[in-house]
Design a protein around this ligand. Sequence first.
Ligand SMILES: [Zn+2]
Length: 172
Amino acid sequence: MALSKLAQQFADEIRLQDWTDAHIRRDRAGHNRMWDTKSHPNDPVLDAEQTQSVKTNVMWVTAQVLGYNDPNFDVYEFAQACGVNTMNNRGGKDGSIAAGLRTSYGRYMRPGTYELDPLTEVVTTDTSDAYHASTSCPMFLSGYQNKPILKFSREEVPDRWKPCQCITSSQS
Ligand SMILES: [Zn+2]
């Protein structure tokens, strides 16, 4: 799935920026140390790993907002578009990319908080035994057979469906 227009634009900006001196300069969007006249050869710069850390943190906080607002958001696709490595040493998907987000069972915590939004609507399908907080729940996705999504208000789910962990874990 392609990134949303907004996600692609954020990724383009994050990728464009020269982050190597982000700890000492306020230089503008689009800063590039090679071209910017205020840069000096002896300016302290971050090493490659430190620079990647800054860029990855910027990617994560931006991804938190994008994921909260877009049910189709894919943080791996976004991270790659930002120029952040998403592979682990064995060439597989680096789980730390997804783990860096504030999510619970695929739901994003509200930007600026450590809270999930109150659940008003739940989802399931005819072939499913459980109902879920969202179609992003990993348990929902693992059993999904491309059947139409059924939606119920939180209080009116018929008995034939039982709450998934994604529901029970967020009850407080
Ligand atoms: Zn679930």
